[in-house]
Design a protein around this ligand. Structure first.
Ligand code: NZQ
Ligand code: ZN
Length: 388
């Protein structure tokens, strides 16, 4: 049965090849002092930086910049951005990049007027903001995280070896996001595929929990089928606009707060993947790929009906004459061959994890209770060893 919920997502989206045309109108709604946040240089190479700065100039904005936001943005980088925003009296943040840039911008937005240490307050104590929050707008260049339409912000602290996400409320979600699939065309294939698996994982995390008959699961199955279809096209032909645009739109729907409504959620793959990320600084989507199958094979027996449904509805496995266990196993085998087909990294050792890290990664793994089995620390270690 669907639980009770309220639903409101305030992010306005502009989607498609002409979507940047709407930036000017959006910028008019916000203050003069813009903080332009971007990553390690891809937007300078592909020309987007020049286009955006020209629009900002045309709008008469005073622009301060935070360049160099790294994949898996760090707490030190967060402190640096907060200082720049304070010094320049920034009143609006424009994030141009992937999930890292967008997540980072949200973290800055709740920290500029906060007297506390942001890492401690938001990522260790999980407190909600009690200060003025700067509005954030996003021009997305990579499909995967859903950060463009959610309140999530994931920050890594290398000193404590922790990578932690805080899901903020509506007031922190981007006010608008510009989604032009063309911008994702310059992504290296490795990042494109990591993003595709991140999308798949977000849907699975919300799907593999609960046994109710609810609308969200039917939406999720449709999203997964579409994603698998488009990913197969995009891997062979990365310039295929139709496939890339479908992937981008699926990424937004996969984690824009809709499909989780009224149901329980798992998120253990992300907890394991984030802990691996804290130790290796590996690409987010690849950390998820490397732990997913050992985790799902471990918990399958506890959620057998759902895993069998997944096999039939998502992977087209024929159920005739088979037990639920056989069907479920065939579904995970189909998922495995798709993951290999789209060239995902299938082990954490390939991502830089070594045997001596396993205990530490297990300690850095938050154990959540929404999935089919609440893991013990020993089970976490077993899954990590099987992911090596
Ligand atoms: O830094 P630049 O030079 O821009 O290069 C980036 C980066 O190296 C590159 N890139 C992005 N767009 C490009 C491009 N290169 C060429 N052309 C383009 N158009 O791709 C690399 C990865 O970018 P990043 O932003 O790190 O990737 P992603 O979007 O996957 O974001 C990952 C971060 O988001 C967090 C992850 O944990 C990770 O820290 N997540 C955020 C979530 C949320 N807000 O809800 C949920 C996710 O589960 C995830 O945890
Ligand atoms: Zn993710």
């Amino acid at each position: 049965m669907l639980g009770n919920f309220s639903y409101h997502n305030p992010t306005k989206l502009y989607f498609g090849e002409d979507s940047l045309n709407y930036l000017k109108d959006e910028l008019k709604k916000y203050g003069e002092n813009v903080l332009l946040v971007y990553g390690g240089g891809s937007i300078k190479k592909n020309g987007l930086y020049d286009e955006i700065t020209a629009i900002l100039k045309e709008c008469g904005k005073n622009v301060a910049e935070v360049p160099g936001v790294m994949p898996n943005p760090t707490s030190d980088k967060l402190n640096e951005g907060v200082e720049i925003a304070r010094k320049n009296k920034s009143d609006f943040i424009l994030a141009v990049g992937g999930g890292s840039v967008c997540d980072y911008s949200k973290a800055v937005s709740v920290s500029v007027h906060c007297n506390d240490d942001p890492w401690e307050k938001y990522f260790i104590r999980f407190e909600e903001p009690d200060c003025k929050i700067l509005p954030v707008g996003c021009v997305l260049t990579m499909a995967g995280t859903g950060s463009e339409m959610n309140g999530g912000s994931v920050i890594t602290n290398h000193k404590c070896k922790l990578k932690i996400g805080h899901v903020f409320g509506e007031e922190v979600m981007p006010r608008f996001s510009i989604l032009n699939p063309r911008y994702t065309m310059t992504l290296p294939k490795y990042q494109m595929c990591a993003g595709i698996f991140d999308i798949m994982s977000h849907i699975c995390e919300q799907y593999f929990s609960g046994e109710d008959d609810n609308t969200s699961d039917y939406i999720s199955e449709g999203l997964m089928r579409g994603l698998i279809h488009s990913s197969r096209i995009a891997v062979k032909d990365p310039k295929n606009y139709e496939a890339r645009s479908n992937i981008m739109w699926t990424a937004t729907w996969a984690l824009n707060t809709l499909v989780s409504k009224g149901k329980t959620e798992d998120w253990m793959v992300h907890m394991l993947g984030q802990a691996v990320g804290a130790y290796t600084d590996a690409t987010h989507g690849m950390t998820l790929a490397a732990v997913s199958l050992p985790y799902y094979r471990h918990i399958m027996q506890y959620g057998l009906k759902k895993f069998a449904r997944f096999a039939v509805e998502v992977w087209g496995v024929s159920p005739t004459g088979k037990t639920d266990e056989q069907i479920a196993n065939e579904g995970l085998a189909a998922m495995e061959s798709w993951m290999k087909e789209i060239e995902l990294v299938m082990t954490i050792s390939e991502l830089g994890a070594s045997d001596d890290m396993i205990e530490g990664i297990a300690d850095a793994t938050t154990i959540l209770k929404g999935g089919y089995k609440v893991l013990s620390r020993d089970e976490v270690i077993k899954i990590l060893k099987e992911s090596m």
